[in-house]
Design a protein around this ligand. Structure first.
Ligand code: XMP
Length: 326
């Protein structure tokens, strides 16, 4: 009988065995997998672990604080945050093609992480030590899928920390390799991680960058972040978080629509709500959200978010639509 506590104990013992008194680094994304992997490794080796969080400016409202404040408070992990917002926005300037955006974000992420790893390596070297291990939150389904090759992975280029250069050769530590997502969440709760992280819905690595249809700019990110945060607040208040797989909010930044507000004409942008139900994200159905919830989200977004004067609902299943718009 595998209890969550025994999974934690066994995994922590195995990590100690693998790493011994050496050092490890881990990239945190704000998501549940990297957070739980890091928390397990931290429990095993304490401050021999350093976590790196790259803020690419494409996160949702409150997510940086969830990592920097809540995760650190819950675990005591040693965290280095790299503020790379300007760098990512610079690299994305003028880019509208979805695949190009994904490649740029993935490439910049790896470059920033590499530089952070080099800096930490130099710091360890000065103390006569070395970082030998890289922690990754690979789950059992990822292990199976990369062996199986369904082809679905090629529809969009997903990004993760892989393919590091020769001078950064790390041995991998993958404490979640035998676990499914629900077990990872239980382990996270057992380790005392905040609910906001443990039950976070899936969020793509390229973040809000692929939820702005058109060029990504700081102003558009602020608009989307505000709309997204209202949608999430209302879905949570309605108790719907566990019923939906995720609900991307998409800003149609290159589309404008005419509206009326007060006595005046507005000429703003539409956002799209994309609530989906799914088991594994390979297929999905659009979620039949209650009309009153839709109404509240729509009223609040059009009232509270300057620049957005229309809220639309995506009623496409996957296939033929993907969950994200880009
Ligand atoms: P699609 O849009 O392909 O999305 O139907 C399926 C699931 O994957 C998430 N997604 C990503 N996750 N890196 C990620 O870690 C990515 O580049 C990426 N692109 C999409 C998406 O949110 C959905 O849950």
């Amino acid at each position: 009988q595998w209890t969550t506590a025994s999974i934690v104990d066994e995994t922590v013992a195995a990590i100690r065995e693998q790493i011994g008194d050496r050092r490890a680094i881990c990239a945190l994304s704000g998501g549940v997998d990297s957070a739980v992997a890091a928390a397990l490794v931290h429990r095993a080796i304490g401050d021999q672990l350093t976590c790196v969080f790259v803020d690419h400016g494409l996160l949702r409202s409150g997510e940086r604080a969830q990592v920097e404040r809540d995760f650190v408070a819950a675990t005591g992990v040693r965290l280095v945050t790299i503020d790379a917002v300007d760098r990512f926005l610079g690299a994305l300037a003028g880019v509208t093609d979805p695949e190009e955006k994904r490649k740029i974000i993935g490439r910049e992420f790896i470059r920033v992480f590499e530089q952070a790893a080099r800096d930490l390596q130099a710091e360890a070297g000065a103390a006569g030590e070395q970082i030998d291990f890289l922690v990754q939150g690979t789950l059992y389904p990822d292990v199976v899928e990369s062996g199986g090759g369904t082809g679905a992975a090629n529809i969009k280029s997903h990004h993760n920390v892989g393919g590091l250069p020769d001078d950064l050769q790390f041995e991998l530590v993958e404490p979640l390799r035998a676990l499914f997502k629900d077990e990872v969440r239980r382990v996270g709760l057992e380790l005392g991680l905040p609910e906001t992280i443990v039950h976070r819905q899936p969020f793509p690595g390229p973040g809000l960058g692929i939820r702005i249809i058109g060029e990504v700019t700081a102003a558009r990110l602020a608009t989307l972040r505000a709309a997204d945060s209202i949608a999430r607040e209302e879905l949570t208040a309605a108790g719907l978080d566990r019923d939906i797989w995720q609900c991307p909010v998409v800003l149609l930044a290159d589309v404008r629509s005419v509206g009326v507000q007060g006595d005046g004409r507005t000429y703003g942008h539409p956002v799209v709500l994309r609530p989906v139900s799914s088991e594994d994200a390979m297929t999905a159905d659009w979620t039949r959200l209650p009309y009153d919830v839709l109404e509240r989200i729509s009223t609040r977004i059009t009232n509270e978010v300057a620049d957005v004067n229309r809220v639309t609902l995506d009623v496409t299943s996957k296939p033929p639509g993907t969950i994200e718009w880009e």
